[in-house]
Design a protein around this ligand. Structure first.
Ligand SMILES: N[C@@H](CCC[C@H](N)C(=O)O)C(=O)O
Length: 281
């Protein structure tokens, strides 16, 4: 079985080509692949399958040739992965599996169709406009923070740390406690602090994230979109561009009237052959 390893701002993925959807991908196999000691290591798996060959992609097969079958490292599914979509598109382009129609390349996902563009060295994907849907709290090491619940296709809770609190001081080796009644399917929790002004943007935010199904990661694209939407709201803006710095680098998010563009580097680092029998779920 062939694999490719790639990442977007340090959010890393095992990419499995499976055009006909014939691979028996199970939660156990995904977790074994993502194991950083016994497997390849990754925050998640991206299975590259033709939309027409995947039950959750077939409805979009008329609009997109490929379906991004995204799995978290614990073997759970997620509706959307922003960095994953950018790395997925890099893979399609580098393997010659797709060429942009006009300038945009459509990809089917569980959260619907996303469109991608090559933006210089970067890949940008257009997703739904984040929806702010109320408030909730996250508790971490005795610190309880109020935050904004945001739907980016997948669920997020964006919590600003108190002024003077250093983001690196947060202990994200454990999942923050959240109200399960508010987030019955779990939630990705972003912690934010203000950054210095960045030219050409409406704001700059520093972020760390504890991802549902993957623990702390170096970056989360949909999380950056959620953070940008909250930052724009706090600045009294409905649309605009925010720089979001994550431990793995910088993402740029532009929220428009009806969508959200996520832009940043997307890199393929290796391709090889798996030994499936040695991967013990
Ligand atoms: N890292 C991703 C988000 C992956 C899914 C998330 N863990 C969830 O369960 O919703 C991104 O770049 O958006």
């Amino acid at each position: 079985m062939e694999f490719t390893k790639g990442h977007g701002t340090g959010n890393d993925f095992v990419i499995l080509p499976d055009p006909d959807g014939s691979l028996d991908l199970t939660p156990g196999l995904v977790a074994a692949l993502c194991d950083r000691r016994r497997g390849l290591g990754g925050d998640g798996v991206l299975r590259v399958v033709r939309a027409a060959k995947h039950p959750e992609g077939v409805a979009l097969a008329g609009e997109a040739e490929w379906f991004m079958d995204y799995w978290n490292s614990d073997g759970s599914f997620a509706e959307m992965c922003g960095n994953g979509a950018r790395v997925f598109v890099r893979y399609l382009l580098e393997r010659g599996l797709a060429t942009p129609v006009g300038e945009a390349l459509p990809v089917a996902t569980r959260a619907g169709l996303v469109r991608a563009r090559v933006a210089g060295e970067d890949i940008a994907v257009e997703m739904r406009r984040p929806r702010l849907s109320g408030t909730a709290t996250a508790t971490l090491g005795g610190l309880t923070l109020a935050g904004a619940a945001v739907d980016v296709g997948n669920p997020h809770l964006v919590c600003a740390v108190p002024a003077g609190f250093e983001l690196p001081a947060l202990d994200l080796t454990r999942a923050p406690d959240v109200d399960a009644a508010v987030f019955p399917s779990g939630v990705n929790v972003e912690f934010t602090a203000p950054g210095e002004p960045v030219d050409g943007t409406d704001g700059h935010v520093l972020m760390r994230v504890y991802e549902r199904g993957s623990a702390e990661t170096l970056s989360c694209g949909t999380g950056a979109c959620a953070v940008a939407a909250v930052g724009l709201r706090d600045a009294g803006l409905d649309t605009g561009t925010m720089a979001v710095d994550v431990p793995g680098g910088r993402l740029t998010v532009t929220v428009t009237d009806d969508s959200c563009w996520l832009s940043g580097p997307a890199v393929l680092v290796a391709t090889g052959e798996l030994t499936p029998a040695a991967l013990r779920p």
